[in-house]
Write a protein that binds this ligand. Structure first.
Ligand SMILES: Nc1nc2c(ncn2[C@@H]2O[C@H](COP(=O)(O)OP(=O)(O)OP(=O)(O)O)[C@@H](O)[C@H]2O)c(=O)[nH]1
Length: 253
């Protein structure tokens, strides 16, 4: 059974900072946000986790394998190198949506995202090493079938972007409401989803739902593992089987 550890990463008091003492240059904010994301991705990724940029001021991570001490080190390291600090909430559950909801509540209870006195709060609990199992994390890696031939090489770049985003929006809503799963656009035509224990049929339904709603054709590889990297890597290999064999859903178990 899955036991997903989710971390909410929230930049402290970021809104006011972006306009103090006057609005900061947008390109500088974009540069800082993307460097911060890159650094967090490297830190979390080196320990087997995944982090998704989501809104940049709020990032969502699958952190199975990271201890609370690891989280504390991330906060310290960011504080030493960036003009902003991070608050972190950590929670675990069979449902990724519920785990994220719990992690969010922990941060919200510590204070508002725009509270000057809430800095570097670290709340919650990590899974103890002894309790980790090989099916704690289930990751689905979706991609648009032949995005290059159907969109990238055919439409202008913005119309391609609209098509891909439509597919993403429909999938993320369906996976959130029907399957307690969190979906994230990761670039190109790829969407990575952290899921509870779903069946092959659930993934088939999701693909058909998106196709019926917005006419975007998806394929998906699914993997399990002790952490996000292991599950996600198995999912990528499963997706390669879809690409080679023309199947729509491949699960790695
Ligand atoms: N983040 C991420 N992006 C990927 C990955 N694989 C492909 N992409 C992105 O997706 C884009 C399209 O590549 P593909 O998905 O291989 O191409 P396609 O035309 O859809 O072909 P098929 O997937 O074989 O149907 C690439 O330009 C990348 O931006 C991946 O594993 N992770």
């Amino acid at each position: 059974m899955t036991n997903t550890q989710v971390t909410l990463v929230q930049i402290d008091n970021y809104g006011p900072w972006t306009v103090t003492p006057e609005p900061r240059r947008e390109a500088d904010l974009q540069t800082m946000q993307s460097r911060l994301y890159a650094d967090i991705s490297q830190f979390v990724g080196n320990r087997g986790g995944y982090v998704f940029f989501s809104r940049f001021d709020n990032m969502i991570a699958v952190t199975n394998g990271l201890s609370m001490a690891d989280h504390e080190l991330l906060q310290e390291s960011v504080n030493n190198r960036y003009p902003v600090t991070l608050s972190l909430g950590v929670a675990t559950g069979t449902s990724p949506v519920q785990a994220l909801a719990d992690a969010t509540t922990l941060v919200q209870e510590a204070g508002s995202a725009q509270d000057k006195s809430r800095r570097e709060c670290l709340k919650g609990r990590a899974i103890e090493t002894a309790h980790q199992t090989a099916d704690d994390v289930q990751i689905a890696h979706f991609d648009v079938i032949n995005a290059t031939g159907n969109y990238t090489d055919e439409l202008n770049a913005f119309d391609t972007f609209i098509e891909i985003e439509q597919g993403y929006a429909e999938l993320m809503r369906h996976m959130r409401t029907a399957h307690e799963s969190l979906s994230f656009f990761v670039g190109g035509d790829n969407i990575i989803v952290t899921c509870p224990d779903l069946t092959e049929g659930d993934y088939e339904d999701a693909i058909h739902h998106v196709e019926d709603a917005v006419d975007v054709e998806l394929q998906v590889g699914v993997g399990r593992g002790e952490n996000a990297h292991d599950a996600g890597f198995a999912a990528k290999h499963a997706l390669e089987i879809c690409r080679a064999d023309g199947t729509r859903v491949e699960v790695d178990w």
